[in-house]
Design a protein around this ligand. Sequence first.
Ligand code: AQP
Length: 346
Amino acid sequence: MSREIILNGIRSNETPTLGNYIGSILPVVKLQNNYIDKYQYNLFIPDILSFTTPVNHQDLYLNTIQNLKYYIAAGIDINYDNIFIYRQSYIPALSELAVIFCNFSSFGEMSRMIQFKEKSQGKEKETISVGLFTYPILMAADILLYGATYVPVGDDQRQHLEFTRDLAMRINNRFNADLFKVPYEWQDQIKFVGHQTGLRIKSLKNPDKKMSKSNFKNDPNGIILLSDKPEDAYKKIMTATTDSLGIIDYNPVNQPGITNLINILANLIDEPIEKVITIWKGKKNYNEFKTAVADEVRIFLENYQKTLNNIDESDLMRKIESSEYLLRDVATQNLYKIQQIIGLRP
Ligand code: AQP
């Protein structure tokens, strides 16, 4: 286990969206396809983090397994020994490390987390969980316990990644030890997955807001779930909010709807944004452009869902259990070193 580690997770509170796919799953699949031998891949479901916002607990376990299948359907190959697929709650050392990290993190820095502010906005304080507030701390434990250096995440998670780096450096300095590997800076993370900027796919109806799976009930036509019927997703693209400027351009400020559709198209056809812009910039027929995007989304979902429905669950469960068996051991050893340095063990 001496390769650098790429870590990626998706919460199991709901079905993942097209945003989760483009911002998180697709980059890891591409990395696997390009550099399988060079890295270790830790792909997991942060199931404990999945109920920082309310969920139906009867569905949680099944959603956890189901959301792991979205990785496999996207092309992650469970036959590689250096790919680990696991559930956060099955590695108890992670939770203990998170509690330890709470004592090295400040109330002030948690209060500045944009995602916390967005997800708690307009809610009664009594209804906001402390788990949502400390979410970045458990995420930091997920990353630092295994010494992951690459964490391909969407733009929305940038601040959490920066906090993880700060926390690692803070504890290393405090104990004058190289206890934690510090993940690469944001710019390096972006370059690593072949992008120039962080990705944030927006709601099709409210293109100033992130496409977010927990917002599906409020914004069903703005959000494409990976389980959507392909023809429904097609319609969502065709009715996406655009603008009245009447000329296609990549302009996140003045034309966020069109810009969002260009991002979706470029990622689904695996072409650089610049190439898609060159093809469409200056054209005036929004309907023709939307049809091109809607067609790609429909075809993508048809193929994706076909693969998803053919996944052999018993093979996947064997992979999950063997990954957890191996990782639990590594996690316990790593936690022990940390416990020693901070004075919990002799
Ligand atoms: N709209 C998005 N565009 C690009 N990337 C995105 N991600 C999420 N939404 C977009 C990336 O998906 C990964 C998994 O995220 P998560 O499920 O752990 O939690 P999240 O970031 O909070 O994602 P959602 O969809 O917004 O979930 P809810 O609404 O349930 O909280 C991360 O890498 C994230 O960057």
